[in-house]
Design a protein around this ligand. Sequence first.
Ligand SMILES: Cc1cc2nc3c(=O)[nH]c(=O)nc-3n(C[C@H](O)[C@H](O)[C@H](O)COP(=O)(O)OP(=O)(O)OC[C@H]3O[C@@H](n4cnc5c(N)ncnc54)[C@H](O)[C@@H]3O)c2cc1C
Length: 577
Amino acid sequence: MAAIDAFAAAREQFAAWRSRYPTNPFEADRHLDLVNRRYLDGDRLDALREMGTQFGGRAGDLAAAIELYESRPPELDKYDGAGNPIEALRFADGYHEAGRLVWGSGLLHEALEPGRSFEQANLFYLASLEGEMGHMCAATCTTGLIRVLRRSGSQQLRERYLPALTEVEYDRADRGAQYLTEVQGGSDVGAIASEVIAAGDGTYRITGEKWFCSVADADLFLLLARPPDAPMGTPGLGCFVVPRRVDGKPNGFSIRRLKDKLGTTSMASAEIDFTDSVAYLVGGIDDGFKIMVTAMLNSSRWLNAIGDVGIMRRAYLEAANYAAVRTAFGQRIGDFPLVRSQLAMIKAEWLAALHSTWALTQLDETVDLATAGESAREADVGFHRYLVNANKLGCALAATTAVRRAIEVLGGNGTIEDFSVLPRLLRDAVVYEQWEGTHNVLTAQVLRDLGRLGLAGVVIDQTAVLLKGIGDDDLALVGGRAEAALEDLAGGISRSLEDPAFGALHFRTQVERLLRTHQVALLLDAAAGEENRAVAAELTAAATLLTGEYLDPGYRPEDDPRHLRTVDRLLGDDLAV
Ligand SMILES: Cc1cc2nc3c(=O)[nH]c(=O)nc-3n(C[C@H](O)[C@H](O)[C@H](O)COP(=O)(O)OP(=O)(O)OC[C@H]3O[C@@H](n4cnc5c(N)ncnc54)[C@H](O)[C@@H]3O)c2cc1C
């Protein structure tokens, strides 16, 4: 009887853990509300809250749809019953239902006009909490394609394609994809060998193979290809829109096979051959690389980071809620100092990523508006160029670590596919690290930009100004330690800029630390301006923990009598029952 009681009690704890997950994750997220308040006010903030509340209220429906298909990959139908090539993808039950919810939120419709980056960010974040990165990849590529067309597409292309790409109804919407990567390498875009020739009627024909083609069921592909007489490297590349079908038939493409992936399994990633596929030029014939980086990759690096922030938030909720109810050795595991420390680090990383990504969202909006004629400060454009790459790198690394930490809090149960979303989040987080620029490639990009565009001063000065402006004594103490780290970094970064061999090896650590100083500055600045004292205390504690962990080489938690108090402050009442 005692044994049966023990089994039942454990299962009751599981049930209690599940029931702690908020029915409306938007309403339950005080820190999301805080970052929205930092950047928005008035009618726009009210409307955003209403939109977030509505989509947040569908979280249960989204989770139920995802449960039907999670980890079940799509299948490829190359031919119909009569032997005609169709190149069609078949998805597991629930996949399209989840798509209807994501598209129905207005996520893609919001991309039609510049100036709606925060609305997109909130919807993307909420959808990412469910760990459904299949549709989020399609939403990312489609957003990028919308921006490419509205910034650089001809009027004819805009009129033809934008209405369906920004359609709210999933079943009527067109979805976009972007194919750069070829078998010889994805990082070295200048090595692209796919060829394009003019057809003489204003259209083009593309021939080549693409090695990583996500959203292989997309209606429109965006490709980079090289005309025969164009120079090698990135300057010789043109950017082309390739419709999936021409006259109702596959447009000269053949899917070799679908990739068997670690994560984002629900979405179709393929290897595709293109042969004389009809293509439409976007921008000038040699503008391809610039268009792809500024409109497509910068958008997807921003949205990827939002996905990572969502992953971290979910990992924290799973772990904190579990620690609040699970017992071991007769006590809640959430009362063990080591478990509390793990939870505190997950929360600190999530908050840091949330703040740097919302700062990036504001810059994204500024830059996007500038493409439509609004003015933008040169310093903001420069800071955006730095942050979009550094933040993608930092958030992707942090997300994987956060999920791994959360799995540790759940112990063995954390590794079980149908116990929690954590295994799926881990697999997707690792994929997030690889696509849209690997860590090293982003590092090299930031180093180049800091040098060539003279951005090092802008980035360091803006971060220093934020840190110096923190008036409150307690906060300034932490800010001072981050400032010291920034000064130290400035010397190292100068050396990386002057000595390429040194930079090639050491700049990666420097860029990770540079992002940390900015995140700490943002957290402290937010804490200083926050009226809710409990929330402000959590932000300060997050900044304190991150400073100790990453920025202050002399810091050792065992020598800090306030360390446990910092952990307690950061966790706040999250584990209350
Ligand atoms: C699931 C999935 C879906 C994808 N979907 C798409 C898609 O739809 N469209 C698309 O275009 N691509 C897609 N990709 C490809 C992705 O963008 C590439 O994998 C990525 O750009 C890296 O290219 P690569 O895999 O060829 O690695 P490589 O370029 O071969 O790089 C291998 C390693 O070398 C390192 N390296 C490369 N250059 C440098 C350097 N200069 N300094 C230091 N280190 C360096 C890299 O960081 C990496 O660690 C997808 C990838 C995945 C995993």
